[in-house]
Every structure is written in C-alpha cells, then in structure tokens.
Design a protein around this ligand. Structure first.
Ligand code: FEO
Length: 433
C-alpha cells in the first residue's frame, strides 16, 4: 500500500491477539504499523511485534524491491513496535539505527546491546535528510513511554505520530475511528494528558497533511476532527453531555435502583450509558466516564469497603487523572452502609469534581425513602427538572425475574419489553411468586 509515491505501508494485522498490552480486549484485532520512505536514502519507520517479524521483513523486502535500507528509525521501544529491531539489524547489517538516547538505553535492556556501531542518536529538532525527504524529530516523552520521538517529513507533510492517533483494531476492519481510538487513548495514554497537550502544541507549528500512527488507519482527511478529539481527551474536558452509570450489584437490588434512575433520566431525554462493572469491558466503562460530563457510581458496602469491581473502576479513573466532572453516589448496605464515604474518599484527590448533593442510601432493597432520594438525584442530574418515578417502581403488582441476569421487573411486561441489563426479550422472564 502506498501512502504517497515515496512512502509505503509495510505493517501487519494481528487477528490472533487475545489481550493487547496484556489487558485490553481487541475483538477486531490490532495493527502494528510500519512504513518505508524510499528516497536517495531509505528509512524504515519502526518495526513490529515479535510474532510478525517474518511477515514484516517480507513486506519490507517487497517495498525495497532489491534496494537496501539506510536507516531504521525507532520512535518507540514498546515491544509491539520494537521487538523486531535485532532481526532487522541481522538482515540489513549496513543500516544505521536512528533513535533517542533513552531508546538506546532500553535496547540494551531488551536485546543486551544498544547497537553501538549503528547508533545515530537524535533529540528535539534533530534532522535527517534522505534526499527530497527531510525528517525532523520531535521528542514526545510519555506519549506513551519516556523515550518516544515522533517524526515530521516536510516533503510529503507527513507526521509519523508513534502511538498518538492510534486505535485498537486491525486495518481490515470497518469501524468507527473515535470509539476504539478513545478506548485506546483513555486506557493507554490517558494519564499523560499534559504531555499530549505539549505534543499537540509542537504539532500545531507543522504543516501536516497526513498522520501515520503506529496503530490504526493512516489519517489523510479532515485532520482537524482527530486533532480536536485529542485536544478534548488530553485536557480532560467532557466530550459530550450524558450520564454514565457505573454499578455493581450482588442480588439485583442495586441494579434495580440504577435501572430506575436510567429510566427517569431517559424519560427526560438524557443520554445514559449503563455499565455493570462485573460484566462489561472495564476499559469501555472507563472510556465512558471520560467521554460524558456526569457519572453516577452505585455499589454495595463489602468487607467494610466497596465491591471489588467498583474499587478497580475508581482506581482506573484516579490513576488517569479523572477530573472536571459531576459525580453522584448510590450506596447499598444491609447493616452498615459506607460505600458512598469510601468512594468519595477514593475520589478526594481528583481535581474539579462536583459531587451531587443528593446521595442515595439503600438499606438492602429500595423503599419509599430511597426511591425519593433516587428521584432527587435524578432531578439534580437533569439540572433541577422535576422527575417522576416510573409507575412500575411503585410497590405491589406482579414481579418478573430475568432468567439470564437476575434483573427483577415490577409490573406487567409489555410485548416489546427487553431486559434493561442484559437486553433479553420478555420470553426470558418468569413470574416471581
Ligand atoms: Fe503501541 Fe506504546 O506501544
């Protein structure tokens, strides 16, 4: 694949990977991008994951068409991009390796050598001329490791952006860019917003027509759209209005409360994202929390603390500098509810959070008092607009339980009823006697 007449794509798709970086599910696989710039001198931009070395070397040989590369530019030392460096060095012993001083120190750790006879050390503003193509290197520490450099080619106006502007998903997958780029960014680079802001400021001074990241598609059009999203994400501003409800529920009572809250909010036209933290993709829930402007945390008191999945979720938020949001709390506890207190303590160091004035305290199961608190929280989330509890919330009448997830519905099931938690139709419900 040609990016421009001189720049060729030589990356690979990984469709076998189960967990990217040992923790992120990637249902559509992953791409490890690499590029070859053919000029009077030839530069190769990064390598690929160790499982794809042979495929990548074949792609490179094909792009070279009998020529030999002069340089391997190593922008990032994480093994999804650097694992094939030694194989490249063996295949092309005359080629120099161009990278930051920190990257060469990492090479010694990974490979037992920092290739002293091949080294060209570059730093902020260093240049490398290939002929027509003049490469300028820009340091990008912590986007996503400390050694990272990005590279600007002034001839084709291309920014080789390392992990920046990357996404989950192999390149043969048709899917929305923002969804998987956001999950990737928040999960992997989210902690380093300040460093990404610094890189965006440097990039603003460059005339960029193409962005070549190390993951995901090459971006060639409407670059302002992608840069604007990166600016929002890295400055921790909400991307859109909506309420994320992240919850855990042991016996369905907390689930019932958040389901009622979601119904009340949706009835007022509020966008709601409901995440059962024990069952959803945690990275997706974390992504949602950074995407929307309001968050409700609902969990049970557990071992004088909070339920483990909620603890993990809040830790994911705080370690990624969660801030600038409105947060509401629902706690459940059968004898000594203290989950709201614990959750607030966990968020106490987060900057610029507005905490809801109306906490909801459930003592085992919803009752008239906690339903009233739930309505008050819903009203606060709607900016003071009055809300009413759904009719079926009223006590009495028939109850049905979902045989899949245990959700309990009070009142008759309409023909088009679907479980608000697991989305199964009414056929999956049975009446509780
Ligand atoms: Fe794609 Fe930070 O490695």
């Amino acid at each position: 694949m040609n990016i421009t007449s001189d720049i060729k794509y030589i990356g690979v798709n990984d469709k076998k990977i189960d967990l990217f970086e040992g923790q992120y599910i990637v249902p559509n696989g992953m791409a490890y991008n690499s590029y070859c710039i053919i000029d009077e001198k030839i530069a190769v931009m990064d390598t690929v994951d160790i499982n794809f070395t042979s495929e990548w070397l074949a792609n490179l040989a094909n792009a070279l068409d009998g020529k030999s590369p002069d340089y391997l530019v190593v922008q990032h030392m994480e093994p999804d991009h650097s694992a094939s460096i030694a194989h490249f060095a063996n295949a092309y012993p005359e080629a120099k390796i161009v990278s930051s001083a920190k990257a060469f120190a990492m090479m010694k750790n990974f490979f037992g050598t920092d290739f002293p006879e091949k080294q060209i050390v570059v730093g902020e503003g260093s240049t490398l001329s290939l002929g027509k193509h003049n490469l300028t290197f820009v340091t990008a520490p912590m986007v996503h490791w400390p050694e990272v450099i990005v590279t600007y080619d002034s001839f084709d106006k291309v920014l080789f952006s390392a992990d920046g502007f990357g996404k989950f998903g192999a390149l043969d997958t048709e899917e929305d860019w923002a969804c998987e780029a956001r999950r990737y960014y928040i999960g992997i680079v989210g902690k380093y917003g300040m460093q990404v802001q610094s890189l965006l400021k440097k990039a603003a001074g460059l005339d960029i027509e193409i962005i070549c990241p190390l993951h995901g598609p090459v971006l060639t059009e409407n670059l302002g759209y992608y840069i604007n999203l990166y600016d929002i994400w890295s400055s921790y501003r909400p991307e859109e209005e909506g309420v994320v409800i992240a919850y855990t529920s042991v016996y369905g009572n907390t689930a019932k409360a958040v389901s009622l809250l979601a119904e009340m909010l949706e009835a007022k036209g509020v966008k709601v994202a409901l995440n059962d933290l024990a069952r959803c993709d945690m990275a997706e829930a974390v992504e949602d929390a950074f995407r929307y402007d309001k968050l409700v945390l609902a969990t049970t008191t557990y071992n004088a603390d909070i339920f483990p999945f909620m603890k993990e979720f809040i830790n994911h938020l705080t370690e990624r500098n969660f801030q600038n949001r409105f947060v509401g709390f629902i706690e459940n506890g059968s004898w000594a509810p203290m989950a709201a207190k614990v959750m607030k303590e966990m968020l106490s160091k987060s900057k610029n959070l507005t905490l809801a004035q109306n906490d909801v305290k459930i003592t085992s199961a919803l009752n008239a008092e906690s339903e009233k608190q739930l309505s008050a929280l819903a009203e606060e989330l709607c900016g003071g607009v009055a809300v009413t509890l759904p009719e079926e919330a009223a006590a009495g009448g028939k109850k049905y339980v979902c045989k899949i997830c245990g959700y309990i519905h009070e009142g008759e099931l309409s023909e088009d009823f679907t479980c608000p938690l697991c989305k199964k139709p009414k056929e999956f419900f049975e009446e509780l006697k």
